[in-house]
Design a protein around this ligand. Structure first.
Ligand code: T4K
Length: 393
């Protein structure tokens, strides 16, 4: 494909419409309309209606987990989880995560203790945890990112050796497997996001999974005063309910999960083929998971070989309407609102925050689009001196 002139050098943007990074899969329209008709006929809109109950049952079956508790979104799910686990004091958490992970702790008056991640896998390890451990830590909140996972079993073994709780923010890893188990069966509990940008989506939504009856009962009670099953002691309740409309979309999305996952696999294969021609741009591997949902296409920019920083590439792509994102910039441990404990340098986290870029994937991005995006990256590299002079971020 020949690109006449890059947009940042005065040409027309290669894409007329923005190409975002989210998955944004949309279910079959007729099935969607039927679900909506059903909700309006029943006039049962929320509070554990029939679709939410069915969605929970389907998730449990799909993941092979005893309890699936659907919630409004993962942020609320994470807050409810900290309450249900009755955490106190400090919680070790990677800084390299979406801000909601950390905010859930702050909302529950817990102090985040930021932990570094492994530079190659992007995840916490027993070694990074050991360097972070301190007094008054009651739990580790691990995070599974991108469709990869941490070495979950090693982390859990480490937590149990230190007598602390381990639970997981698995917002980005629905449907991934580790050995013979699906993610969702680990730790005291796990939290998933079903946001529009996720492979399994209810547009907004989330779910907490656990094999522990007592924790599940607490969570149901915290979610609302409805559907608690039997009374258990909880300090605070909230409203974390999923509506029937969310559940309807979620059910259709779950029905199509393997179709979306297959498409994501093809997306990854195409990026792999195209990006290996460009020195300085490396597609990150899947780690941990032996089956991945391929939630995100993450590349690492090496300025020495690419000729400019990740930020220059990102800005040049934005000029072409390719909305590549630099997660999780500028780093939670650099944000002043967090009264946290950082007693060690988070060197790997700082490097990753500067070097990685998430490229478009999911429904809005066709295979041809990916080929165009990769040609664009190549062309930006070919013109890197001129681009760097004009583009600052
Ligand atoms: N923990 C982790 C590890 C997470 O990754 C997340 C969420 C959470 C916890 C919390 O889960 P939730 O409470 O959200 O369920 C997005 C999503 O909002 C967020 O769900 C996600 N992770 C995070 C990694 O990314 P933004 O602000 O970066 O993306 P947003 O919403 O601007 O969308 C990305 C792109 O997609 C944009 O270019 C716009 C486009 N877009 C977005 C939506 C929603 C569309 O074209 N259509 C749409 O409907 O946060």
């Amino acid at each position: 494909m020949s690109i006449k002139q890059l947009a940042c050098l005065g040409g027309k943007p290669l894409f007329e419409k923005s190409v975002p990074v989210g998955q944004l899969y949309f279910p079959d329209w007729d099935k969607f309309r039927n679900s909506m008709d059903g909700i309006f006929e029943r006039q049962f809109y929320t509070n554990q209606g029939p679709l939410t109950q069915e969605f929970e049952k389907r998730i449990s079956d799909f993941l092979g987990v005893k309890h699936a508790i659907c919630v409004t979104n993962a942020t609320i799910g994470l807050m409810m989880s900290a309450e249900a686990l009755q955490l106190k004091g400090k919680v070790i958490v990677p800084s390299f995560t979406f801000i909601a992970t950390i905010l859930s702790l702050k909302r529950c008056n817990l102090k985040p203790v930021f932990c570094d991640v492994d530079y190659f896998t992007h995840h916490i390890t027993p070694t990074t945890l050991e360097r972070t451990m301190q007094k008054d830590v009651s739990a580790v909140l691990g995070v599974n990112l991108w469709g990869s996972t941490a070495d979950v079993e090693a982390v859990e073994e480490w937590a149990s050796r230190h007598g602390i709780i381990c639970y997981w923010d698995s917002s980005q890893t629905f449907g991934c497997s580790l050995g013979n188990n699906k993610i969702g069966n680990f730790g005291s509990l796990e939290v998933f996001s079903f946001h529009a940008t996720k492979v399994l989506s209810s547009m907004e939504g989330g779910c907490i999974t656990t094999n522990d009856d007592k924790i599940a009962a607490r969570l149901r009670n915290i979610r609302s005063s409805y559907g608690a099953g039997y009374p258990v002691e909880v300090v605070k309740t909230s409203n974390g309910r999923m509506s029937e409309f969310q559940a309807a979309v979620g059910l259709l999305s779950l029905e199509n999960f393997y179709k979306y996952q297959k498409n994501n696999e093809l997306v990854r294969e195409t990026y792999t083929k195209e990006l290996q021609k460009i020195k300085g741009v490396t597609l990150e591997n899947i780690h941990g998971a032996n089956f991945s949902n391929h939630q995100s296409i993450v590349v690492r920019i090496n300025p020495e070989f690419f000729g400019a920083s990740r930020n220059v590439l990102m800005k040049a792509l934005h000029c072409e309407n390719v909305l590549a994102r630099r997660y999780f910039h500028p780093g939670n441990h650099h944000l002043s609102q967090f009264d946290h404990d950082v007693q060690i340098q988070l060197n790997n986290t700082d490097r990753l925050i500067d070097e990685i870029l998430v490229l478009p994937s999911g429904q809005p991005t066709s295979i041809q689009d990916i080929e165009k995006i990769c040609s664009l990256i190549s062309e930006i590299k070919n013109n890197i001196k001129a681009v760097s002079k004009l583009v600052t971020y």
